[in-house]
Design a protein around this ligand. Structure first.
Ligand SMILES: *[C@@H]1O[C@H](CO)[C@@H](O)[C@H](O)[C@H]1NC(C)=O
Ligand SMILES: *[C@@H]1O[C@H](CO)[C@@H](O)[C@H](O)[C@H]1NC(C)=O
Ligand SMILES: *[C@@H]1O[C@H](CO)[C@@H](O)[C@H](O)[C@H]1NC(C)=O
Ligand SMILES: *[C@@H]1O[C@H](CO)[C@@H](O)[C@H](O)[C@H]1NC(C)=O
Length: 490
């Protein structure tokens, strides 16, 4: 279903990937944006590499998505499987989390950065004229018996010979990826119940900047758009319109991800996520509390420009100027026992504290809890590891991982905010859920705390090898369900 292929793409950032292998200082700096860009962030790090991934979209595409609602809701009554996939790497150490994806017959394996801020999934192609050295060999379409080029059509940008569709992604900071679009069987690993599926992906012929130098092979795009792997699987009615990410905690890394629906734990906290608000995954943040006290802010500060955007590919978090000022002051008031020290990189004015001890599990003794309050009044409790990162040079010291978003009024919440938190992007119900958990034990924990009542035997069409907890929780939607989104667009 590779319908619209960005013909007038809007560049913008959605992900900062630090390639450096040292956990050092941090990103800050927002780049002057293009009209429609979410802000960005220069990651310092001794090699100071930052990659900014775009989410390309156009109104046409956006509109088209809305048209899908009807079909999707009905078809969803049958789609029940999901893909369970482990995550590797670490947001602060590597700058990203990756998952493994297999493409072709026989399958060729890739390590792809999971990114909710971009759409197309791409891997280096054997025909690549300029690709870096990554952790796996390039994709060799010629060795796959099931590969097919996506033929030139009116919905895509065609190559010079008008034979095959091409894609191009440009990022601020001079990173880019371009290549051809191909279609092949994609498999999701041996822990996944979702059987391999045909999908469209990019076969790269050119990489520049951090996309060239990074260790990971490419990107897995989980954003909103027809080329997104999520949209493709949903359009094929093989998964529900939802996915989840769970990032490991401080010093742990790794984690888990699920493409498709899961049964949400009873105490999962939700916020509405309006797909029309922006091309990103927005949440409706209204207040921030520090040590139980509400910051003195007008809730509208979190709704300016792109609003509050959740981006799995961004490392840290960025607040509008006034919100950051209030947050910082509130933290200062609560950390009496600690000493302010210089950040790991003299080029940046990191706000760091010593005296909290090396044991990350004891951080809440020295640092206050922080809560985010959503429009519906639900609260997400953040532990210190959700707003602090380890000082790379001074033992037992930590620095604020929340920064001012330059002069950009967008609130951008990256991976640090959701460490050890299961985040469910429930696109079907236009909401995003958060559940604090140990992501290293996600499967066990979901099972314990959210196992649905046993299904009557013989009435479900799920494989016997799947964990019952991962079955979709809701009963099939009755066809009469009248959600406002359905009735308002036709
Ligand atoms: C990002 O960092 C690089 C090198 O550290 C610097 O040259 C560049 O100006 C920075 N970008 C922004 C937008 O500040
Ligand atoms: C980062 O810098 C270190 C030394 O400063 C160097 O050894 C390493 O190769 C650099 N890594 C990258 C990805 O440039
Ligand atoms: C799944 O595959 C990995 C290698 O990709 C292997 O190490 C592991 O043992 C396999 N697990 C099962 C249950 O087959
Ligand atoms: C999370 O689970 C892993 C694996 O069982 C364990 O090693 C780790 O200590 C746990 N983390 C916390 C904070 O309990």
């Amino acid at each position: 279903m590779m319908a619209s292929v960005f013909s007038f793409a809007i560049v913008f950032s959605a992900v900062a990937v630090a390639v450096s292998v040292s956990v050092s200082a941090v990103a800050r700096v927002s780049i002057p944006f293009h009209q429609d860009s979410v802000s960005f962030v220069n990651s310092s790090g001794n090699n100071g590499t930052t990659m900014i991934l775009p989410l390309f979209f156009n109104n046409h595409n956006h509109h088209r998505r809305k048209e899908h609602f009807h079909t999707r809701r009905h078809l969803h009554t049958r789609s029940t499987r999901n893909a369970r996939m482990p995550l590797h790497d670490d947001l602060l150490l590597n700058g990203y989390y990756t998952t493994r994806l297999w493409i072709g017959t026989p399958p060729q394996r890739f390590a792809l950065i999971v990114d909710t801020g971009s759409t197309v999934t791409y891997v280096p192609c054997s025909t690549c004229e300029r690709c870096g050295k990554h952790q796996d060999p390039k994709f060799q379409p010629e060795l796959s018996s099931t590969y097919q080029p996506v033929k030139c059509n009116i919905d895509c940008t065609c190559d010079r010979d008008r034979e095959q569709c091409i894609y191009e992604r440009q990022y601020a900071e001079m990173s880019s990826s371009s290549g051809v679009l191909g279609e092949d069987i994609v498999s999701f690993g041996n822990q996944s119940e979702l059987e391999p599926q045909r999908a469209v992906f990019g076969c790269e012929n050119m990489e520049t900047g951090d996309l060239y130098s990074q260790h990971a092979d490419g990107i897995m795009g989980l954003g909103r758009g027809d080329l997104s792997i999520v949209d493709q699987l949903v359009d094929k009615v093989v998964i529900r319109d939802s996915f989840s990410l769970c990032y490991g905690g401080m010093d742990v890394g790794g984690g888990a991800m699920v493409l498709g629906g899961i049964s949400p734990p009873a105490d999962m906290v939700f916020t509405p996520s309006d797909p029309v608000r922006s091309p990103y995954y927005n949440i409706e943040l209204r207040e921030i509390h520090v040590a139980g006290k509400k910051l003195p802010l007008n809730p509208r500060v979190f709704d300016v420009k792109h609003g509050t955007v959740l981006d799995s590919g961004t490392t840290y978090a960025y607040l509008p100027e006034v919100a950051f000022g209030a947050f910082k002051e509130a933290i200062f008031k609560e950390v009496h026992s600690l000493k302010r020290i210089q950040g790991p990189d003299p080029n940046y004015k990191d706000i760091c504290f010593s005296g909290a001890g090396s044991d990350a599990s004891q951080l809440s003794k020295a640092f206050p809890s922080v809560e985010m309050v959503f429009a519906n009044g639900q609260k997400l409790l953040l532990s210190p590891e959700n707003y602090l990162f380890r000082h790379s040079k001074v033992r037992g010291s930590y620095c604020l991982g929340i920064f001012q978003n330059g002069k950009d009024p967008t609130t951008l919440l990256g991976g640090i905010i959701v460490r050890n938190t299961l985040v469910t992007y429930d696109r079907e119900h236009e909401k995003i859920g958060f559940w604090k958990t140990n992501c290293s034990e996600l499967w066990d924990r979901l099972q314990v705390s959210s196992a649905p009542p046993p299904l009557p035997s013989g009435t479900n069409d799920m494989g016997t090898d799947m964990a019952p907890v991962l079955a979709p929780s809701e009963p099939p939607l009755p066809k009469t369900t009248g959600q406002s989104t359905e009735s308002t667009d036709d």
